[in-house]
Design a protein around this ligand. Structure first.
Ligand code: COA
Length: 422
């Protein structure tokens, strides 16, 4: 039995943020019914397509283990079906632009009337306030949530990061809100409204930068590169390059082959408890006792020079050789791994974090499996559904429609062209 077995999710999500959330719920065993517009479906099915007329990797990698029903929810018959689905589902998840579900006729009040046990979960770009009506995509959330202003180098422009903290990050937050609401429902018998704003989700992940904003009032941020470079601080947290966000200084250093391999680098943490070992490894044993280097405080204004010296050593070895040597001494470090290296990593395959999936029109492809491992509820990754693949099955088995009734509601489940052709 899976952890969320018996929980039925009405999945009104599209693009990335919402689908990330419902994919997790599906991996934990929920029956996720994805409602898609007849003919087109989730817009990502056709976005960034690498093979013509085949569901894109963007779509397949975010919609595993779900069932797909096509339904025109603006059609009177589609609304009828949707009402019945709301009555038999436990959770409704959506990430439409603000007001879309209300315009369809499904306000929170209406949903509660139809099913008081329903947990109605939404992702929006912003919470209540001046921007609440705005549409938002990943990078907008990164910029408005504090990530971009604190990412990059102090002499360059703000930078967005490749990690999809606005979309996938908020999807993760929402999933936690949903399972928490499900838990509370076991005591109250009632559903509730769960909302996550992407700006809030990103800011939550940038918590340490709000910490630093407040520290700034009490003096310079001594672990930031600006400090050891003698640059003055302004009144806002600067971009800190590759400096560690924590109390142990760190930096990205070149390794052997960096001239031709863009990923021949390692992240090196000059952790205080292993400082003596670091000095021995890089061949500077006198730094163990020298007053300029012996204590963390003495090292702070010299971090740039210290990392340059460590880099002279890392450049003599490949990133994996550096890792092997440092591991022997418990010196924390991590090679910069490319997507190619991760895709080929056998240990990630063994744990199910990278999974090969077979798809009827695409063939085999790689995806990221469930990173959250439950001992009693292991996740098995099943391919994403084709558009409307389960329409009849859901109408019949979940909602109890007869074949005749299914034929009657076809105007709401199939695109007009297909009906005309038939
Ligand atoms: N049947 C009929 N109509 C449907 C439908 C269905 N099954 N599914 C969707 N629609 C309609 C909606 O009713 C809406 O119509 P309306 O505007 O006339 O009411 C329309 O499709 C489009 O919805 P919308 O959400 O506005 O899509 P968009 O492509 O214009 O905007 C986003 C996309 C992502 C910007 C927007 O949805 C958004 O801001 N979402 C919240 C934040 C978010 O999650 N962003 C990150 C996405 S990864």
């Amino acid at each position: 039995m899976k952890a969320l077995e018996g929980i039925r999710v009405l999945d009104f999500t599209h693009v990335q943020s919402g689908p990330t959330c419902t994919q997790l719920l599906a991996w934990f065993g929920a029956d996720v019914i994805k409602v898609e517009r007849p003919g087109t479906g989730d817009i990502t099915r056709n976005q960034l397509q690498d093979i013509p007329n085949v569901d894109s990797l963007y779509f397949t990698m975010l919609n595993h283990n779900k069932r797909s029903i096509t339904l025109d929810t603006k059609h009177p018959k589609g609304k009828e079906v949707l009402e019945r689905l709301i009555k038999v589902c436990d959770v409704l998840v959506e990430n439409f632009a603000p007001g879309v579900l209300d315009r369809m006729g499904f306000s929170w009040e209406r949903i509660q009337e139809l099913n008081p046990r329903m947990i109605y979960a939404s992702i929006k770009g912003f919470g209540p306030g001046p921007y609440e009506d705005c549409k938002v995509y990943e990078n907008i959330a990164q910029c408005t949530g504090g990530a971009a202003s604190t990412t990059g180098f102090d002499d360059g422009p703000p930078l967005v990061t490749g990690a999809q903290i606005g979309d996938s990050g908020t999807g993760l937050h929402l999933a936690l809100g949903i399972v928490t609401a499900l838990f509370q429902r076991t005591r109250t018998g009632r559903g509730q409204r769960v909302t996550c704003a992407m700006q809030d989700g990103v800011l939550n992940l940038c918590r340490v930068k709000l910490r630093d904003q407040q520290r700034l009032a009490h003096g310079p941020l001594t672990e930031y590169p600006q400090y050891s470079e003698g640059k003055p601080f302004g009144d806002t947290v600067p971009r800190s390059g590759n400096a560690s966000g924590g109390g142990q200084p760190g930096w990205i250093l070149k390794c052997k082959g960096w001239e031709t391999d863009p990923n021949a680098y390692i992240y090196f943490i000059a952790q205080a408890p292993v400082w003596d070992k670091i000095c021995d490894v890089i061949g500077e044993p006198e730094w163990k006792t020298h007053p300029d280097y012996a204590t963390p405080k003495a090292r702070l204004p010299r971090l740039k020079q210290i990392f340059e010296r460590i880099e002279q050593w890392t450049m003599t070895k490949t990133k994996f050789e550096v890792m092997e040597t440092l591991n022997k001494y418990d010196i924390p470090c991590g090679p910069i791994l490319s997507m190619k290296e991760l895709a080929e990593d056998q240990s990630l395959r063994a744990t199910g974090t990278i999974v090969e999936v077979d798809h009827p029109t695409r063939g085999k492809y790689l995806t990221v499996g469930n990173p959250i491992k439950l001992s009693d509820s292991p996740a098995e990754v099943r391919r994403s559904p084709l558009l409307g693949e389960h329409t009849e099955e859901i109408l019949r088995d979940v909602l109890g429609y007869t074949d005749e009734e299914i034929a009657e509601i076809r105007p709401a489940t199939e695109p007009p062209q297909r009906q005309a052709a038939e």
